[in-house]
Design a binder for this molecule. Structure first.
Ligand SMILES: Nc1ncnc2c1ncn2[C@@H]1O[C@H](COP(=O)(O)OP(=O)(O)OP(=O)(O)O)[C@@H](O)[C@H]1O
Length: 290
């Protein structure tokens, strides 16, 4: 369990993180979403004891990171895939991590295999790794201590679609086995497929949080008409709150029936009328975090 309570980090007068609270329960994947500069990395650094909070606390299993005796055995962390020494091979990076954590160094091989890095990658120096390979190595580094909690900052960066699909499966299995996962992204679509909880942050503050299904149900209704201008007039006249979607449609904060009835009464021909789902949620988040 990760517990973040009223966490604030100020740099001078600027609050990078402003009174942020959330929990990540065991058995779940929490997606930590927000645009660039929203405060995701700073929050994660505070959870991992790398940045001292101005106020507030973050604990893992009730204990602040800095007070954990052998943190790698409880929490696996991947904050920056390029942080590993470029002159070391993949196997050396993991063998060193194993030594530090008191794990058998022979765990390095299976850990590399688990993240899809083969024997030739294991012998290669990290400076010759692609970003995707570095992310995989970072994940192996986070997993080698067999932790029950994972904190991953933008782990999908640099992975190709097949790699992203693979990583989702790994994180899902980890959580289904009782693990706790917190992963950040600036794209809802990237985490929506795997996260069961979402915490959305904008300008340092939590602007929305809840289960994915709860949040999806608040995403509104997508409507598209043959004549978009007529539809816009109709939504204005009906006093409904809406914002433009792609391809001439609108995401409306109203049930489909209300919109359908208003359109029928005005003789506006609808081409699409459905729950806005992830697209609508993304739009809502963009508005909330703007
Ligand atoms: N060491 C620092 N000194 C001063 N300001 C900082 C420092 N670290 C972060 N900030 C500022 O805090 C804010 C939040 O940054 P943070 O890196 O946490 O955001 P983020 O959501 O992780 O974004 P990104 O996806 O771009 O990394 C930004 O305005 C950033 O410029």
């Amino acid at each position: 369990m990760i517990t973040v309570e009223n966490l604030t980090k100020r740099y001078g007068s600027h609050a990078a993180v402003d009174d942020v609270s959330f929990t990540c329960p065991p058995g779940t994947v929490t997606g930590f979403l927000g645009p660039n500069g929203a405060g995701k990395s700073t929050t994660m650094r505070m959870i991992c004891g790398l940045t001292t909070p101005t106020t507030g606390t973050a604990t893992i299993g009730g204990v602040p990171y800095r007070r954990l005796g052998n943190p790698g055995r409880l929490i696996g962390v991947l904050l920056d895939a390029s942080a590993q020494h470029g002159g070391r091979t993949g196997r050396e990076v993991l063998a060193l991590a194993a030594l530090v954590m008191g794990v058998r160094t022979s765990a390095a091989g299976p850990a590399l295999e688990r993240v899809g890095l083969d024997a030739s990658a294991a012998r290669k120096r990290v400076r010759r790794y692609s970003l995707g390979m570095r992310q995989r190595l970072g994940l192996a580094h986070a997993l080698i201590g067999d932790p029950t909690v994972l904190v991953l900052d933008e782990p999908a960066n640099g992975l190709d679609p097949e790699g992203i699909f693979w990583m989702r499966g790994l994180l899902r299995d980890f959580a289904d086995g009782g693990g706790t996962v917190l992963l950040s992204s600036h794209l809802l679509r990237e985490v929506e497929a795997v996260a069961d909880h979402l915490v959305v942050i904008g300008a340092g503050r939590v602007v929305a949080s809840g289960t994915r299904d709860e949040l999806l149900s608040t995403a509104g209704t997508l409507v598209r008409a043959l004549d978009p201008a007529a539809l816009r007039d109709l939504l204005d006249r009906a006093g409904l709150s809406f914002s433009p979607a792609t391809d001439g449609g609108f995401v409306v904060t109203a049930p489909a029936e209300t919109i359908g009835r208003a359109a029928a009464a005005a003789g506006v021909v609808l081409l699409e009328l459905r729950p806005a789902g992830a697209g609508g949620l993304e739009q809502k988040f963009l508005e909330l975090t703007r």
